[in-house]
Design a protein around this ligand. Structure first.
Ligand code: HEM
Length: 239
């Protein structure tokens, strides 16, 4: 059991991180224009707009919360005077609200992709699969909230911080921090690492474009107008 824990939470993270970094580098370097929406952007536009906006706002808040929450050294929270209980409540409140926004958004996006035959026919296996994986990950994340109510002093949260920081600072034995956490957390961590592993092979690579292209971009982008002619801004990648 201990060996399995070491493999899953001690070795697997490095496999995922390596594939994530090198895979993204290769994809961004050599195939930058291969991630795009196809023409499905023109179908069910209102549903796409609401779904996409809610999903992206929610997931960005979750992302920032996860990065700061997991990777800020605990002594910095102690030094500023943020108690573990307060931080646990923040994760529940902010993460919970953002998670619900993201949930409504991803439900709209999934419904649009799976139940409109034209969009479904236009979707690659990878597009649909990664959407469903994110959906599952979000549900697992939300399912951790009731579990967290059982330890509001934040002691479980500290284990996740020690694990994540231990992995990123190459500490052997970091896996032991999460050996006895609730299975829902374990499932959430494993699927989270797997998302890193799959990242370069899916449309998620567009996330890297954000810092590179989006800052200099004007307005909302339409890739092709209804009558088929190209609209303003179409010279840039679609996502
Ligand atoms: C490697 C990637 C990920 C890791 C290591 C991770 C880790 C965690 C941990 C440790 C918690 C519990 C926080 C606490 O209560 O102390 C959590 C909660 C949560 N996660 Fe993740 N997560 C990852 C990816 C994701 C993704 C991609 C999503 C969304 C699709 C997500 C959504 C949530 C939500 C909604 C919660 C509950 C609210 C919160 O505590 O923020 N997570 N995650």
């Amino acid at each position: 059991m201990q060996t399995l824990n070491s493999i899953v939470f001690g070795w697997y993270p490095y496999l995922c991180l390596t594939v994530f970094l090198f895979g993204s580098l290769v994809r961004f370097d050599r195939e930058q224009y291969t991630w795009r929406t196809g023409s499905s952007q023109l179908l069910r536009r209102r549903q796409l707009m609401w779904g996409s906006n809610l999903f992206h706002v929610g997931i960005l808040i979750i992302f920032v919360g996860h990065v700061f929450g997991l990777l800020t050294p605990i002594r910095i929270f102690d030094w500023i005077g943020i108690s573990h209980t307060f931080k646990q409540w923040m994760a529940i409140d902010v993460g919970g609200v953002a998670g619900l926004m993201c949930l409504v958004g991803i439900a709209l996006l999934t419904h649009r992709r799976l139940f409109d035959p034209r969009i479904r026919a236009n979707s690659s296996f990878g597009d649909t699969a990664i959407l469903l994986i994110l959906f599952a990950q979000l549900l697992l994340g939300l399912a951790t909230i009731p579990v967290s109510f059982g330890h509001l002093d934040g002691h479980e949260m500290v284990k996740f911080m020690n694990w994540a920081q231990g992995i990123l600072t190459l500490q052997p034995g970091a896996a032991a921090y999460v050996a006895d956490v609730h299975p829902i957390f374990k499932a959430h961590l494993v699927l989270g690492m797997t998302i890193f592993l799959l990242f370069p092979f899916t449309r998620l690579v567009h996330v890297w474009s954000a810092p590179v292209w989006y800052l200099g971009r004007k307005g909302y982008q339409v890739v092709r107008s209804r009558n088929g002619s190209h609209a303003a801004g179409s010279s840039q990648p679609a996502e």
